[in-house]
Design a binder for this molecule. Structure first.
Ligand SMILES: NC(=O)c1ccc[n+]([C@@H]2O[C@H](COP(=O)([O-])OP(=O)(O)OC[C@H]3O[C@@H](n4cnc5c(N)ncnc54)[C@H](OP(=O)(O)O)[C@@H]3O)[C@@H](O)[C@H]2O)c1
Length: 293
């Protein structure tokens, strides 16, 4: 067995200088030797902590197919972390990455998609994810789309409830708020076990909750009454603009509430718990952890 043979079993992770990709590499390092792990990052100087631990660090950005091919060399599996630039043609950039992975000889591409990334979902990034899943389906290699549950900071969707005692946000709907590190750990488990799942799979916390539920949970955790107040959509956008949020960003976020209230995020899945071998962190756990910081 030469080193070349071993190198072919590499796992290469993009977006490893970001939250989800970085945490996934950390969990991979707990499961396999560092010399079987590579990262493809826009700025290699931000990945010195990985270089120091024996991870192969190569420069790659979704705008640069040649650099991507080089950074994906010897990869058996590539984890493609979705980009998040609202001004870019993200699906086109993801296409560059998928094509580079195929040309570099990867046998499977895993992609960080989004819970309920289905046609018709009003949450705008869904279009990028459904387009990228279609690109993967046409790529000719095995692929897995990890439809990750909402793991952004809870304050981002609940607003400044700790200061106001109110969750005063647009009408919402049941959502399995998910912990990003749980998603990273499950992704690493999937990558490390070497045989994967085909097509789109859902990685969410097991229970969907509403803002009414979260107001009750927040009340219990804080010992004071946290009220849920439904704010009219246009009033909410105007309020956001008044506190300095660009209108485009507020309207993008509004599409998330619209998707939630239309029930797009209502269905939670059991796979995250299965991959973790334990119960994923719940919204209540995340709120409690947030209050403890
Ligand atoms: N499920 C959810 O709730 C949820 C929430 C937020 C975001 N997301 C999606 O999931 C992705 C990962 O989430 P995250 O929390 O890890 O976000 P993040 O910390 O912003 O990480 C995004 C990563 O993508 C990299 N990237 C962006 N554009 C790129 C490009 N053109 N070429 C190469 N790399 C590029 C970034 O590189 P740099 O480090 O160089 O900036 C960064 O490492 C996000 O980008 C977004 O698409 C999902």
């Amino acid at each position: 067995m030469g080193t070349r043979e071993e190198a072919k079993h590499m796992i290469v992770v993009t977006g490893a200088t970001g939250g989800l990709g970085g945490a996934t590499v950390e969990h991979l390092l707990e499961r396999m030797p560092a010399d079987q792990i590579g990262v493809s990052v826009r700025d290699a100087t931000k990945a010195r902590h990985f270089t120091d631990r024996g991870v192969r660090v190569r420069q790659g950005s979704y705008e640069d197919p040649a650099a991507l091919r080089d950074s994906f060399a010897d990869a058996e599996q590539v984890l493609l972390v979705s980009g998040n630039d609202p001004a870019a043609d993200m699906a086109g950039l993801h296409r560059n990455a998928v094509e580079a992975a195929v040309e570099a000889g990867a046998r499977r591409i895993l992609y960080t998609s989004q819970h309920a990334a289905v046609p018709g979902n009003p949450y705008r990034p869904s279009d990028i994810h459904t387009a990228t899943e279609a690109i993967l389906a046409e790529s000719g290699v095995a692929w897995t789309a990890l439809r990750n549950g909402a793991y952004g900071p809870l304050d981002q969707v609940l607003g400044p409830w700790q200061q106001t005692g109110e969750i005063a946000q647009p009408a919402d709907g049941p959502t399995p708020y998910t912990d990003r590190d749980d998603v990273a750990e499950a992704t690493a488990a999937l990558l490390a076990r070497g045989h994967s799942l085909d097509g789109a799979v859902t990685l969410t916390a097991p229970t969907a909750v509403t803002f009414d539920d979260l107001a009750k949970i927040a009340s219990e955790l804080t010992g004071r009454t946290v009220k849920r107040i439904v704010v009219d959509d246009e009033q909410w956008v105007a309020d956001q603009i008044a506190i300095g949020v660009p209108e485009q960003a507020a309207r993008l976020m509004l599409t998330w509430y619209q998707a939630a209230r239309a029930g797009y995020f209502a269905e939670a899945g059991p796979l995250l718990a299965e991959l973790l071998g334990r119960e994923p962190r719940t919204a209540a756990d995340r709120l409690a952890a947030h209050l403890a910081t």
